[in-house]
Design a protein around this ligand. Structure first.
Ligand SMILES: [Zn+2]
Length: 187
């Protein structure tokens, strides 16, 4: 999945959370949400010095595992505890679930050659690849990143998330603006 798809997945999860908790979404929260949603792809950083396609050898390794999500949750939670002097369950949940959903989305992405995600590594090297929903993203060269096929895959991701995001934003708008004030607005 592309970084845009992962960011939209994170934004969708954040809006599901604010809708269920009847909270007002904050635009500034999108920054940590998008960062956490893309964090597992940190393993593409070697592309800076290794270049593509060699960098793909490091991709979907340890940062795409259940253990990585747990370590990340521990580091972020302790950092937050040191800063604020108390645990924050919302931050703990975000630190675990946003990268976990990234990994799940990658497992749902058409992959050629076969990657899959080693969800249980280092306990097992078995790779998991679920029936694909999202189209493949090619990373064989820098030029490939901006190819028409990657653009098509990204548009496909946007079209999948758009109905959910629109519906969640509609629910948020209806919750935030009381019915009476909407009628007054139309007068
Ligand atoms: Zn990934």
């Amino acid at each position: 999945m592309s970084p845009i798809g992962h960011s939209l997945a994170g934004a969708t999860i954040y809006l599901v959370y604010t809708t269920l908790r009847k909270k007002q979404p904050r635009i500034t929260m999108l920054i940590p949400v998008i960062l956490l949603s893309n964090l597992p792809d940190l393993d593409l950083v070697p592309a800076l010095w290794e270049g593509f396609p060699r960098a793909n050898n490091f991709h979907q390794g340890f940062t795409h595992t259940f253990v990585f999500c747990l370590i990340l949750t521990f580091i972020i939670s302790v950092g937050q505890w040191v800063r604020a002097g108390k645990w924050d369950r919302n931050i703990m949940a975000a630190a675990f679930f946003l990268p976990a959903i990234h990994i799940f989305a990658d497992a749902l992405t058409l992959s050629d050659p076969y990657y899959g995600v080693m969800l249980l590594y280092p306990f097992s090297s078995e790779t998991f690849l679920l029936p694909p929903i999202f189209l493949s993203i090619s990373r064989d060269s820098l030029r490939d990143l901006f190819s028409l096929s990657n653009f098509r895959s990204t548009v496909h991701e946007v079209l999948i998330f758009l109905p959910f995001l629109t519906w969640l934003l509609y629910l948020t708008y209806n919750r935030m603006v009381p019915a009476g004030s909407k009628e007054r607005h139309h007068e």
